[in-house]
Design a protein around this ligand. Structure first.
Ligand code: SF4
Ligand code: SF4
Length: 165
């Protein structure tokens, strides 16, 4: 797609803003009566978001309900926003698991690197955006909150199917 740049001349001398105001109002009224206007009556109506939407994280679980994470440390290492906190633990059989796993959704830039890098396909960015909160600390999702999310997860970009068809 070609991006067009419209260069505007700065007016010289005294100018009336009446014409610009009338033009602006005309544009507003044109949209008021436009039968093709796109207005979504949120929250009754919602957009169909892309399968590649990267939003609120979700930690997938095993059949017995445990987080799939094996505390390998890759996602906090790769995270460019440094918003994943991981404290690894190890059981008596030497299996690693997260003692603490938190993601600060407020700092996250939703790049999806954590999902791409995870060897267990445990952590995912999700097709979900309704995560407003009243305080910053509520944006820190702990393991329990991450595993209790039930929204669909993001489909990563596939080089074999670049347009996602
Ligand atoms: S989506 Fe990106 S910024 Fe957000 S937690 Fe994952 S790696 Fe970090
Ligand atoms: S990359 Fe996956 S397995 Fe490794 S610490 Fe992150 S969520 Fe856990």
């Amino acid at each position: 797609m070609t991006i067009k740049v419209k260069v505007l001349e700065r007016p010289v001398g005294e100018v009336s803003y009446l014409r610009a105001t009338v033009k602006g109002l005309a544009l507003t009224f044109k949209h008021l009566v436009d039968p093709h206007k796109v207005t979504v009556q949120y929250p009754e109506e919602r957009w169909d978001i892309s399968p590649r939407w990267r939003g609120t994280h979700r930690m997938l679980t095993t059949e017995d309900g445990k987080a799939k994470c094996v505390a390998c440390g890759l996602c906090p290492t790769v995270c460019p926003a440094n918003c994943i906190k991981l404290v690894p633990g190890e059981d008596e059989d030497g299996n690693r698991y997260p003692l603490v796993f938190e993601i600060d959704e407020f700092r996250c830039i939703f790049c999806g690197y954590c999902q791409e890098v995870c060897p267990e396909e445990a952590i995912h960015v999700g097709r979900h955006y309704e995560n407003a909160e009243y305080s910053r600390d509520r944006f820190v999702y702990d393991l329990e909150r991450l595993t209790s999310q039930s929204h669909a997860v993001c489909e990563m970009w596939d080089p074999a199917d670049p347009k996602g068809e």
